[in-house]
Design a binder for this molecule. Structure first.
Ligand code: SPV
Ligand code: MG
Length: 669
């Protein structure tokens, strides 16, 4: 699309302002003239070629354009008879360059806001700017509009008329007709009328729609009074602010296009969504929020970068009170719909406006997202993420997984909540469930090689951090190797329990003989493990069995502090009481002396306590240790019994998920 800017006029009504330069060089702000602004907006909107008609001061105008370094290809065509002709003749002069073009036609004294140009250019038909809200000017252009189409343009029409400006987007077929009529009139010597006179004479043969921009700035400057009014309006336009929230750590051309469109509406404030909110909403960010903020700050399109702590925009909208909030239209329905609803409610109170642009879904972007996920699955990236999540969220939730499929369930299960999703933060490779799935008792019978195989299978298809149930850790001499193997695989934490000899599952409590290790031995095992690890990320958690084995609170606390001193990165306190009182007492007493070491609980028995309450009391990790296995087993047993009873599969099918649905979980390469 080419632009034709008419700058041949004298602008004599501007007085001294045009005594030594053309009107389009009049300053409209500290930084811009009418022309520099027009050229900038055209360039930003994607126009590459400009034809400019000139008259008086043509050399000054050409030198000025060159000094702007716009990157636009400008052709200047002088109207040699500018003093005695109207701009119909200025258009006639470059007619050969104008034929057959899709054209933006504008007067050189027009000042408009970027969104006006954008809307004008976006129309698939020819159109002219009009305003339904501005009063009809006495002496300036008005358009007679019927059925949305401009019938005639001139200063003397008042019936069915709207305020109008000489700003057009013209499709080639309409423009060729209009230009043909311009040429015919000029050749016949009718050179002192407006070019619109030619349009009027075509009487409906040209289909020019009326583009109503209402109160948005689009005005000509004819007099010093106009200049004053326009500069004031422009200052208001330029002081507008636009707010956008970004959660992305991969900036692609779709984002840039969106930022560019948003920037045209005003000063752009980008709210970078916090790591915590991103992790809950989609996946753990590849780049921490500080880096994502720095990335945004480096963009010249962005004027200010702030942190958006939650998915809700409330806090930032009330603080920054933007004129516009910009978002893709993908949140009109789906999980983000409540966030959008809240934004609309807030904007109603602050007087702002929501602007939604079509959301670009593109396979290239989807591939980038897939690559990002693969990155998260790499051992180094996965291992360190548990510590990050802990410091970000304060409390994390962990679900048991014992196979690739259960790993995928923990990875992908989400529920919509408050405009985002809730999902588990990490996976627990339970010794009980790993053993049970192999039909074996939980007595450290399943050897480490098999346990590692489970970890490997899960790692292959998931990205979330892993906490490994290391049972007693075995002999200290063996434990140090276990630590290094787990670290290498990308596991984030191993939990070892302070038992020795033939370990049985804690849920048996004192019903079976179990021996607690001495504080000294177990502390030495932890210290050896810490010495053996090679990365700073890996965590060793000491699990205390004193409450399970009825050794009392004092013993549990003494051990906890001793194990922390020995180097434990976290403490797990276990109980098999339904009443959470002893767990709460331990947490309270431990926290009285140690405010930082993460505390882990496995609420299988004390299952009434919510995560919120655990967090409030100072717990940091909640592990749901066996619920997937316990719910899957009765379902399988029931199906097996149903088939045996009915001698066929039909009745069992009602409780079965179609395999097609199950395999949607399985990632494709
Ligand atoms: C496991 O899941 O294997 C555990 C936790 O060790 S518990 O079963 O509660 O002892
Ligand atoms: Mg276990």
């Amino acid at each position: 699309m080419k632009a034709l800017i008419l700058n041949s006029g004298l602008g004599h009504r501007m007085g001294v302002l045009t005594s030594d330069q053309p009107k389009c060089m009049t300053e409209i702000s500290a930084r811009e003239t009418i022309l520099s602004r027009q050229l900038r907006l055209l360039q930003e909107a994607g126009v590459r070629e400009v034809i400019m008609t000139t008259g008086y001061y043509d050399q000054i105008l050409m030198d000025y354009c060159a000094s702007l370094h716009t990157g636009l290809q400008c052709t200047f065509v002088k109207n040699p008879r500018d003093a005695e002709t109207n701009y119909i003749y200025s258009i006639f002069c470059p007619r050969e360059q104008l034929r057959g073009q899709e054209l933006l036609l504008m007067h050189g004294d027009l000042v408009f806001e970027a969104s006006v140009l954008e809307d004008l250019m976006a129309t698939p038909y020819s159109c002219m700017k009009v305003s339904s809200t501005l009063a009809l000017p006495e002496k300036d252009f008005k358009a007679v509009v019927q059925g949305g189409e401009v019938q005639s343009v001139g200063v003397n029409f008042f019936e069915n008329a709207m305020e109008a400006q000489a700003l057009y987007h013209l499709q080639p077929e309409d423009w060729d007709r209009w230009l043909g009529q311009i040429c015919a009139m000029c050749e016949a010597g009718e050179t002192s009328v407006y070019a619109e006179e030619a349009l009027n004479r075509l009487a409906g043969a040209c289909h020019v729609h009326a583009l109503d921009v209402a109160d948005r700035l689009c005005a000509e400057i004819d007099t010093p009074e106009d200049l004053q009014a326009v500069t004031a309006h422009l200052a208001e336009v330029e002081s507008r602010t636009v707010y956008m929230c970004f959660s992305t750590d991969l900036l692609h051309s779709g984002h840039i296009a969106l930022l560019r469109r948003a920037r045209r509406l005003g000063r752009l404030i980008v709210g970078v969504l916090s790591d915590e909110a991103v992790a809950g909403y989609k996946r753990f960010p590849l780049m921490p929020q500080e880096e994502r903020m720095a990335l945004m700050r480096s963009l010249s399109l962005v004027d200010q970068v702030v942190l958006q702590r939650t998915l809700s925009y409330r806090e930032n909208l009330l603080q920054y009170r933007p004129n516009y909030v910009v978002h893709g239209d993908d949140w009109v329905s789906g999980v983000q719909e409540p966030i959008r609803r809240e934004v609309l409610q807030i904007l109603e109170t602050t007087g702002g406006q929501l602007v939604e642009f079509p959301y670009a879904r593109h396979s290239v972007y989807e591939d980038l997202e897939k690559r990002a996920r693969l990155e998260l699955a790499m051992p180094d990236a996965r291992r360190g993420r548990l510590r990050k999540l802990l410091s970000m969220k304060g409390l994390i939730t962990v679900m048991e997984a014992h196979s690739g499929l259960t790993g995928l369930l923990v990875e992908n299960t989400k529920v919509a909540e408050q405009g985002g999703y809730r999902q588990f933060d990490a996976m627990w490779i339970s010794s009980l469930c790993d053993s049970t799935s192999r039909g074996k008792p939980d007595i450290e019978l399943v050897d480490m090689t098999s346990r590692f195989r489970t970890v490997d299978e899960i790692c292959e298809v998931t990205t979330k951090p892993i906490i490994f149930d290391g049972d007693t850790g075995g002999l200290t001499e063996h434990f140090v190797y276990t630590v290094r193997s787990l670290e290498r695989m990308g596991v984030s934490m191993v939990i070892i329990e302070d038992k020795t000899g033939l370990k049985k599952n804690s849920l048996f409590g004192t019903e079976v003989a179990q021996t607690q290790d001495s504080i000294e031995n177990f502390a030495a095992k932890i210290a050896a493990g810490k010495r053996a690890q090679r990365t700073a990320d890996f965590m060793i958690c000491a699990r205390i069995e004193s409450l399970i084995l009825n050794r009392g609170m004092a013993d549990a606390l003494e051990r906890a502090f001793a194990f922390v001193t020995a180097g434990a990165d976290a403490i797990m306190i276990h109980s098999r009481q339904e009443d959470p009182a002893e767990i709460f007492e331990f947490v309270e007493k431990f926290r009285a002396q140690d405010a930082v070491t993460p505390l882990v609980v496995v609420p299988t028995s004390f299952h009434t306590v919510t995560e919120e309450e655990f967090k409030a009391r100072g717990v940091n990790i909640v592990i749901y240790a066996n619920q997937l296995t316990r719910s899957a087993f009765p379902a399988m047993a029931h199906t097996a019994e149903t088939i045996l009873r009915t001698h066929r599969a039909l009745e069992a099918d009602a409780q079965c998920m179609p395999f097609k649905e199950i395999i949607t979980l399985i990632p494709e390469e």
